[in-house]
Design a protein around this ligand. Structure first.
Ligand code: TMP
Length: 200
């Protein structure tokens, strides 16, 4: 039986990395074989992107949009699809909706961003961990490291995510409260999918 692709999304500082890793542990405890992965990847295109994100802004926002999309396609072909076929459920710490939210906010060309990502397989479920941008930046504190970690920009990104939630492409989870509370909310939205696919 094929695995499912679960994306965990949110603005910088939303705590999604912690939650994605916790979800993998929970799934494994439930007997669902699962693996964690993230974007940008550690591959050659992902490294270029991270260099850009760290402030050595080598590329225009349009170029970086294409790099995110290329990194994703490579990730899908090399890792995601083969793992899903082997029956491994993948928990992706950011996936296609990160591009639709961040690059739409950065370029103002939402439809174009959607079209350059059209070859990327859709996630089976995409979870938006919603945290107030001010709170998210406060959480990051001295860990701030990327060009997108600015209040005004993250507010725009949050609106893009909300738009995806409203169109039914993403599920929203309240990211406030303790890690345990947020993890509980995430497992509540994931479990019906696992049952539907016969994985639990
Ligand atoms: P993270 O490693 O903390 O998740 O941060 C990655 C940064 O890259 C974050 O600022 C969001 C940004 N990003 C995009 O803008 N578009 C994308 O498609 C992805 C995957 C990440």
């Amino acid at each position: 039986m094929a695995g499912v692709l679960i994306a965990v999304e949110g603005i910088d500082g939303a705590g999604k990395t912690t939650q994605a890793k916790r979800l993998v542990r929970l799934l494994n405890r439930m007997g669902v074989k699962a693996a964690y992965t993230r974007e940008p990847t550690g591959g050659s295109i992902g490294k270029l992107v991270r260099r850009h994100l760290s402030g050595r802004r080598t590329y225009s926002e349009e170029t970086v949009t294409l790099l995110f999309a290329a990194d994703r396609l490579d990730h899908i072909q090399r890792f995601i699809e083969p793992q899903l076929k082997r029956g491994i459920t993948i928990v992706a710490d950011r996936y296609v909706h990160s591009s639709i939210a961040y690059q739409a906010a950065a370029t103002g060309m939402r439809e174009w961003v959607i079209s350059v990502n059209s070859l990327a397989r859709r996630p089976d479920i995409s979870i938006f961990v919603d945290v107030n941008p001010k709170e998210a930046l406060a959480r990051l504190g001295h860990r701030r490291k990327y060009v997108y970690e600015r209040l005004e920009f993250l507010e725009k990104v949050r609106s893009e995510y909300i738009r995806l939630v409203e169109s039914g492409e993403m599920m929203i989870v309240d990211g406030s409260g303790t890690r345990e509370e947020v993890a509980q909310r995430i497992s509540t939205v994931v479990e019906p999918l696992l049952r539907e696919r016969g994985l639990v």
